[in-house]
Design a protein around this ligand. Structure first.
Ligand SMILES: Nc1nc2c(ncn2[C@@H]2O[C@H](COP(=O)(O)OP(=O)(O)OP(=O)(O)O)[C@@H](O)[C@H]2O)c(=O)[nH]1
Ligand SMILES: [Mg+2]
Length: 357
């Protein structure tokens, strides 16, 4: 029987409400789904073992802060602030990916206030945290779901492997926790594995996933998904896209098309275009913001894998250069490893001055 709103060739899991879903059991068996969901609850309990997000952030930024501390101790122990020390400080900041403008400004300001005086590594850390915080402060903006835009559409974009799909899973769990209805859309139609990965995250977060077979047109899928979400009064639609290198013009053009097509379904969509950046790639992130920004109108950033790098200064470089909102930070691979971006906490943990959280 044909039912209104049915999307042909579309697979929807985890959401009995969708009338047109291919029988769920043929995609992922109900029993599988139930046990996976139980596992995910257990997993959430385990990973959210009372550890505060500040502790987690601190741990996540450990590599950056210890590298920086090492550098500062080497430069400033029992030493007056002279030209050579300032030069070394600037190099240390550059190595931590703060970017040339920020490294130069911070060094110049320290020279202005302390030149010729003895200064300890701890004092330099305090100075850095204090001066980095106001650079970051204006960019603190969590992904706020606009109730008036039902659904609120978030398009996730970025280069291959930056953490888009994982971040979607983490965000889905957070929105679900806030009591919102969420739909995930497997807009990475290039690889079968990408669809499978998103389904696993859908199951963990206990939200539906809308997918089509590999090779389908991503723009057509996102259009249909948005129409479906409107009919089903979904609060938030998180759209995954295939990773793409920013120098591949045809793939970047596809992103522009996805955006245009979404606007046909809702002139105000997408409401957020989030560029997911892998912190371990350091300064390469700068070019990604520029090119993705032109192709898809990036509205905000999420920086991932801060736990795996000493290059956390990239967040400051991005803030200084683009002034785009930073919605959240990825500090691990687990479902609760997406942390809010708070300027002072981030700055202090980045340079390693925070008291134990
Ligand atoms: N340590 C760490 N690993 C992460 C983080 N975010 C994602 N990852 C890992 O990075 C790898 C790539 O993540 P995906 O979410 O598949 O990245 P993607 O951008 O969707 O990749 P493509 O779809 O291939 O473009 C996976 O192994 C994730 O577990 C993070 O914050 N910290
Ligand atoms: Mg992916």
């Amino acid at each position: 029987m044909k039912q209104e709103g049915c999307l042909r060739d579309t697979i929807i899991i985890n959401f009995p409400k969708f009338s047109c879903a291919t029988p769920l059991a043929s995609v992922i068996g109900f029993s599988q789904l139930r046990s996976a969901s139980a596992r995910s609850q257990k997993f959430q309990k385990l990973s959210g073992d009372g550890m505060s997000w500040l502790t987690k952030l601190k741990q996540g930024l450990q590599k950056s802060s210890s590298k920086l501390s090492e550098g500062l101790v080497g430069i400033f122990t029992k030493r007056k602030l002279d030209d050579a020390a300032l030069e070394e400080l600037e190099d240390t900041l550059l190595l931590a990916d703060f970017g040339s403008a920020t490294a130069a400004n911070l060094t110049k300001e320290l020279a202005r206030v302390r030149f010729g005086k003895e200064v300890s590594p701890e004092e330099v850390k305090e100075f850095l945290a204090e001066h980095i915080t106001p650079i970051l402060e204006p960019l603190v903006l969590p992904l706020n779901i606009n109730k008036a835009k039902q659904p609120h559409v978030i398009l996730m974009i970025g280069v291959n492997g930056s953490g888009k799909t994982t971040t979607i899973g983490k965000l889905a769990a957070q929105f679900k926790e806030q009591g919102k209805s969420v739909l995930l859309v497997a807009g990475d139609t290039f690889r079968a594995a990408a669809v499978e990965q998103l389904k696993i995250w859908g199951t963990r977060a206990n939200v539906p996933v809308l997918a089509r077979e590999t090779g389908s047109d991503a723009a057509a899928l996102v259009f249909d998904a948005l129409e479906q979400a409107k009919r089903d009064n979904i609060d938030v639609v998180l759209m995954d896209t295939a990773g793409r290198l920013q120098n591949k013009d045809n793939l970047m053009a596809e992103l522009s098309k996805i955006r245009r097509v979404l606007q046909k379904a809702d002139a105000t969509a997408p409401h957020d275009v989030v560029l997911v950046l892998d912190a371990t790639t350091g300064q390469a992130a700068i070019n990604q913001v520029e090119v993705f920004g032109k192709a898809a109108g990036v509205t905000g950033l999420i920086v991932t894998k801060l736990d795996g790098t000493a290059r956390g200064g990239i967040v400051v470089a991005l803030a200084q250069k683009f002034g785009l909102p930073i919605h959240a930070l990825g500090v691990g691979e687990q479902i609760d490893d997406l942390k809010p971006f708070l300027a002072a906490d981030f700055a202090r943990h980045l340079v390693g001055v925070a008291a134990d959280a």
